[in-house]
Design a protein around this ligand. Structure first.
Ligand code: CA
Length: 417
């Protein structure tokens, strides 16, 4: 069986491409420093959607949707409009399309572009919904008896993060500087983080806004798509600041996202159930269909010498709560959600040691440094290290990929010192 949908663009017809016709993820790109446009990845090319709309080839609304360099205007439309747009895109790019000659004028080689933030993030919330991660971290800090907090099996725990700190893949990440305290220090000190870390996550992007409580099913309808997300985390800042109100400066340096939004429609064939419930959820959070996705994920670390080591691989299907459950929970208080709200899944760790989605877990709090293929070892990130998150759902004869989510650590600088 082969479910690859064929395009007149040859590079989109490979079983290995991340961007076949089945995918069509949405991004923002520019060439030669020109004004950024909206684009769709297809094989080794990008279709310039802003120009295609202007020309009339890809016009689906009476008013333009892609004049601004962001996908928010389409995201804010009803899901019917999302479907109309995707259907038209597929028609234009499919094998034997009568639009091929017109569309060729709007294709750019993806090697020639710079990628930008695909949407304007209105708000950012990060959750803690991976059970293996919560158990690992809980065991390290509270012992095996109290590893999972008592609320964990009843609600997806989260905190309100900062939209201003979300950056697109490729942005360098400056090591943060803040107030720190190690267990043997009597007094805190002000300095650069020595335990700077990653968190492998998937981000859900809200399309349809809401104002008041919504059901899990409505929440699933309101989600527009998904991105890879790296929640950079300074563990030594976090350890000192997190009680009693949770993370603050430890999570405020930056959060990187992949440059492409993979739509919910493209991921639909990969839907799967959440795991069996240890305690039954209250009715408003109960599962009402498969709302997780089977997405293979990996983390690689590349030091300055360029030698890449894959340090972890896991799957989004291990999460305890779906993004729809997180979004529904988020609205129970009446909290309005906006187009462009970004919800981090929480760190995605699996049951095995090589499934752990943070260095904190991989090095067990720094007690068990892990080896890289160049012979060096790591507990936490060093200046010059590059982290690459990869993700793809694998179908019969095709993949639906996110594109890499990359960030390089650069040295701490603080003008206050
Ligand atoms: Ca996180």
């Amino acid at each position: 069986m082969n479910d690859l949908k064929l395009s007149w663009i040859a590079s989109a017809n490979s079983a290995e491409t991340l961007f076949p016709l089945n995918n069509l993820p949405y991004g923002v790109f520019s060439t030669n420093g020109k004004r950024p446009h909206c684009g769709v990845a297809i094989g080794n090319f990008i279709l310039d959607v802003t120009l295609a709309e202007e020309s009339g080839l890809l016009t689906i609304c009476s008013e333009p949707l892609f004049k601004a360099a962001s996908w928010n205007k389409l995201m804010s439309q009803s899901p019917n409009v999302w479907t109309t747009f995707r259907t038209r895109l597929m028609e234009i790019l499919a094998e034997d399309s009568s639009d091929q000659a017109r569309a060729e004028a709007f294709l750019i080689s993806s090697a020639d572009v710079q990628l930008h933030m695909p949407f304007t993030v209105s708000e950012y919330t990060d959750f803690y919904a991976g059970r293996h991660h919560a158990l690992n971290v809980g065991m390290m800090f509270r012992g095996p008896e109290n590893a999972l907090p008592p609320n964990w099996l009843h609600i997806p725990i989260g905190y309100n993060g900062r939209a201003s700190s979300i950056v697109v893949s490729g942005t360098n990440i400056r090591r943060p500087w803040s107030q720190l305290k190690s267990p043997d220090d009597t007094d805190p000190r002000f300095g650069p983080s020595a335990r700077f870390d990653i968190e492998l996550e998937i981000g859900a992007v809200v399309g349809v806004p809401s104002n008041g409580p919504i059901t899990v099913s409505q929440a699933d309808d309101n989600i527009f798509g998904y991105v890879l997300l790296n929640d950079w985390s300074a563990r030594d800042i976090q350890a000192w600041e997190y009680q009693p109100l949770g993370p603050f400066q430890s999570k405020a340096t930056a959060t990187s996202i992949s440059p492409w939004i993979v739509t919910k429609a493209a991921l639909d064939p990969f839907r799967c159930e959440t795991p069996e419930r240890e305690k039954e959820l209250l009715p408003h959070l109960r599962d009402c269909g498969p709302m997780l996705y089977d997405i293979n994920l990996s983390v690689s670390l590349i030091p300055d010498n360029g030698l890449e080591t894959e340090i972890a691989h896991t799957n989004y299907n291990v999460m305890y709560y779906s993004a729809a459950q997180q979004l529904a929970h988020h609205t129970t208080s009446g909290c309005p959600m906006r187009t462009g709200d970004l919800l981090g899944s929480g760190t995605i760790s699996g049951p095995r040691k090589d499934n752990r989605g943070s260095l904190l877990e991989l090095s067990w709090g720094g007690k068990e440094p892990f080896e890289l293929i160049d012979g060096s070892s790591r507990s936490f990130l060093e200046d010059g290290d590059t982290i690459v998150l990869k993700g793809s759902a694998n179908g019969h004869g095709y993949k639906v990929g996110f594109g890499d989510c990359v960030g390089k650590i650069i040295e701490a600088v603080n003008d206050l010192e």
